[in-house]
Write a protein that binds this ligand. Structure first.
Ligand SMILES: Cc1cc2nc3c(=O)[nH]c(=O)nc-3n(C[C@H](O)[C@H](O)[C@H](O)COP(=O)(O)OP(=O)(O)OC[C@H]3O[C@@H](n4cnc5c(N)ncnc54)[C@H](O)[C@@H]3O)c2cc1C
Length: 400
């Protein structure tokens, strides 16, 4: 068995496939390995639409083998320990692989059991989450059967992938209730560990209007800590100066949860991690700050931007160009400025495309005011982006 690779990738998700394919398009003869345990690949951004009943969950899942780039070797195992001084990685299955260069991109970890009572009740008792392939369809099932009452949407204080996703489903649900004459009989609530609805003022302004339109009650500085499924009650704890430690039990008919998230344990416990547990890379070059032959991109990296697939599209060419520069003993030149994007669905047929950089400054693609809700941007998410994802983005094309 081949155990040495010129470039070894950890994770063959959005980042691992895009970057390995992009690299091989430029240097087809490189000996590339990808450690990736899953036999399926998921287009996660569409899970929001699945929860809203306008996308088939089956269309978000494909075979991983069909997307491993030509020329790469797929090692279907779990990476477990790193010894960067020896350029080696050992897997849970007990194999050790060595590399000249390492690219670490195993995504973010979903910590479902950090909320007491959640694992037992998720997928029943009106408790759901679009953050899971298994449960996203349940979101629409309970919405369809809802006759009015308390409908709660939660966002934790931790970093999450796609920071907008906890609220996108709330706007879709509120619009669904409006269309079915149920909004007046419903109490739509947003409970968030964050401090405001959105970090970029230009887009926050629009979202505050959307919230007023649906008469949504917002509660910030609040973390969900416990769910009592059978009795349909959720417990929140205050995080702010004004409400620190204050417990509030809230009755619900529907509870949509975004699980607390963090770096994968095997990264957190490795020499590659920073103090917070993420792969410790330079925010401009994506090169590891201590091991120059190691790079990282995507949700597992320490890059201080909002964790999205859109961000990975811009990180990929930077990472690949700088990796090739290191191989050629040239200076690293390409700089990532923190670009990320959050397509916020605000209704069926309406979307605001937020795009911004490390400084929360808008970094927009289109020559119109992107803080407006638009039908065309909804179509971009619903029709265009999934095709680009499967056909170009994870094939290593259309980066940047
Ligand atoms: C509900 C939802 C809505 C979203 N909406 C959007 C959106 O509208 N726009 C947008 O741009 N982004 C969106 N995202 C975020 C986007 O999906 C992620 O940011 C993106 O998938 C991150 O890519 P990644 O490669 O870092 O991680 P992933 O794509 O999650 O891939 C990580 C891979 O690493 C593998 N792995 C895990 N452990 C190991 C191990 N021990 N060894 C080796 N491999 C391992 C996993 O099996 C997986 O294949 C959304 C996500 C969700 C859940």
């Amino acid at each position: 068995m081949n155990t040495h690779f010129e470039v070894l990738f950890i994770g063959g998700g959005n980042a691992g496939l895009s970057a390995s394919a992009h690299l091989l398009l430029q240097k087809p003869n490189l000996k590339v390995g990808i450690i990736e345990p899953s036999s399926k690949h998921y287009y996660q951004p569409a899970w929001t639409l699945v929860g809203g009943g306008v996308y088939d969950i089956k269309d978000t899942e494909r075979e991983e083998k069909d997307y491993i780039p030509k020329g790469a070797t797929w090692l279907q195992e779990y990476a477990q320990t790193f010894i960067p001084e020896k350029n080696s990685v050992t897997t849970k299955e007990g194999n050790t692989y060595t590399y000249d260069y390492l690219v670490v991109c195993p995504g973010i970890q979903l910590n479902w059991s950090a909320i007491k009572g959640l694992p037992e009740t998720l997928g029943k008792n009106g408790v759901t989450s679009n953050y899971s392939f298994k449960y996203a369809p349940y979101t629409f099932e309970i919405l369809k059967n809802f006759k009015g009452g308390n409908i709660l949407f939660h966002s934790p204080h931790t970093p999450v992938k796609c920071g907008g996703a906890p609220q996108k489903i709330m706007y879709l649900a509120a619009d669904y209730l409006r269309k079915h004459g149920l909004l007046e009989k419903s109490n739509v609530q947003f409970w968030s560990g964050g401090t405001k609805i959105f970090g970029v003022p230009k887009y926050e302004k629009t979202l505050l209007k959307v919230i007023a339109r649906y008469n949504i009650k917002t509660n910030f500085f609040q973390d969900l800590v416990e769910v009592d499924g059978p009795n349909k009650k959720a417990k929140f704890i205050g995080l702010g100066e004004h409400n620190k430690g204050v417990e509030t039990w809230v009755d619900f008919d529907i509870l949509h949860i975004t699980p607390p998230q963090g770096p994968p344990d095997f990264i957190k416990n490795s020499p590659l991690a920073n103090a917070a547990g993420w792969v410790d890379v330079d925010k401009g070059t994506l090169q590891h700050v201590r091991y120059p032959n190691v790079f990282s991109l995507g949700d597992a990296s320490s890059l201080p931007t909002s964790k999205t697939g859109a961000a990975i599209r811009k990180q990929t060419p930077t990472m690949v160009a700088n990796l090739l520069a290191v191989m050629d003993h040239k200076p690293l030149k390409k700089i990532y400025t923190g670009y990320t994007s959050c397509p916020i669905v605000t209704a069926y047929g309406k979307l605001m495309l937020a795009e911004f950089d490390y400084n929360n400054e808008p970094m927009e693609t289109f020559p119109f005011d992107q803080s407006k809700e638009r039908w065309s941007m909804y179509q971009l998410k619903r029709q265009v982006l999934p095709r680009l994802y499967w056909g170009a983005i994870i094939r290593g094309r259309m980066q940047g």
